[in-house]
Design a protein around this ligand. Sequence first.
Ligand SMILES: NC(=O)c1ccc[n+]([C@@H]2O[C@H](COP(=O)([O-])OP(=O)(O)OC[C@H]3O[C@@H](n4cnc5c(N)ncnc54)[C@H](O)[C@@H]3O)[C@@H](O)[C@H]2O)c1
Length: 481
Amino acid sequence: MKKQHLILAIACLATLITGCKSSEKPLAGSNWHVEDGVIVVNEPHRAAGQQSMLEFYTDPIPVVRVGFVGLGMRGPGAVSRFTHMEGVEIKALCDKYPDRAHACQRYLANAGMPEAAEYSGDEGYKQLCERDDIDLVYIATNWQTHVEIALYAMEHGKHVAIEVPSATSIEDCWRLIDTSERTRKHCMMLENCVYDFFELTCLNMAQKGLFGEILHTEGAYIHNLEPFWDDYADNWRLDFNQKHGGDVYPTHGFGPCCQALNIHRGDKMEYLVSMATKSVNGLKIAKKKMGVDEFACGDHIVTLVMTKSGKSMEIQHNVFTPRPYNRLYQLTGTEGFANKYPVSGLTLRNSQIDRNALPDIPQLDEHDFVPNDVKNELLQYYKHPIHQEIEEKAKQVGGHGGMDFVMDYRLVYCLQNGLPLDQDVYDLAEWCAISELSAISHANKSMPVRFPDFTRGDWNKVKGLHFYMKGERPATKIVKN
Ligand SMILES: NC(=O)c1ccc[n+]([C@@H]2O[C@H](COP(=O)([O-])OP(=O)(O)OC[C@H]3O[C@@H](n4cnc5c(N)ncnc54)[C@H](O)[C@@H]3O)[C@@H](O)[C@H]2O)c1
């Protein structure tokens, strides 16, 4: 036996002994293996010619020229919102169905903007991406098509913004990262919930230390989609849920929690475990609509994540049972607590209140939420600078109460001013990766699954999350533009 073969044989034996003590435990899946009782998903090396996109910025783009792809329920709202921004030109509209692309011309006409070019069909997006007068491709198609469209756009020199979840597999997360790193194009997920008013204010409070050290966070997407299943074009959403287990829609709940914990900006996620119920209501709907006898996505799924610095995170998904809408959004800190759903509230130690700045705040009961008027005063005082700047207009323009406009505004603002975007491609990957990682854990009796380090070792280089304002430059320049 050659020396390399002997080493390989010893390595395999070691894996068998350490990683697979019981014959019931799996040895490997198509893209993972077991190390010391933990499932490890393959992590590709960074290819030559790629550079980190951490803190990446380009030259300012004073007028951002946009093409929209995917104009079903979600996309037209984005077209409409973009007509309310300065320094934007809408060059192209694309949907598989031509009438959907055409229908959005009315937003442009209402705003006195010139007509945009229209594209349709499954591959109409290619012609849009091949144009040389577009800076940003804004993608609001179904989950199954996000990645191919985004890759094509980046390969054709466009920055991309992709609806949630931008990717549904680990492999696709890497494909987006690798293409973004190689083409030096922004690849941002359009996660709007991080800009919601309570979440962004709490992020500001957290960054100012109001909650002490945040030890635990909770997020969720609990939204009974029963009335909506018929509305998705070509039944793409139920079809995806029927074929895929795991938390298939994690980012609304998870994104704000990751931001509060400075994930890949000082901390990193180490591993997760996940557990799903059987499918009852999902299966019932799919039987009726699709004539199938199996349904991969459990009605309720819970995932727990552990971070390098000893923080825990919980994330839930349930789009099948009658419950009030709930994204949880809970921050548990050593000195305070924030909770958004079902009742929004704050709990703080008295020592956390700056009584010089807030002299009217009475002594607080540290076992209860602060009274409503105190909560409102605190939310006002700690309003994030982004909201101070744009909240009023955002509420007028709308989109989930305004947060959608804040998101679009920030994307355009950062491009116009040549700033790093608020969400980078590693956020995209980390928040989306929950889907496949949770499916793997659940399918293997909730075994721990190691969280891939999508930054490839750079998770501790940026110190804390920062939303850049005009004139600011990153303190740490990871690579030259
Ligand atoms: N952030 C949020 O709050 C939020 C809310 C709703 C939906 N979304 C996301 O937005 C995306 C779209 O969801 P939706 O509810 O609008 O679904 P939808 O089915 O109403 O719209 C999808 C559109 O994409 C089009 N499409 C499909 N393949 C295409 C292709 N190859 N080229 C061009 N167009 C194509 C379809 O014809 C359809 O019009 C999803 O990713 C969803 O998760 C996000």
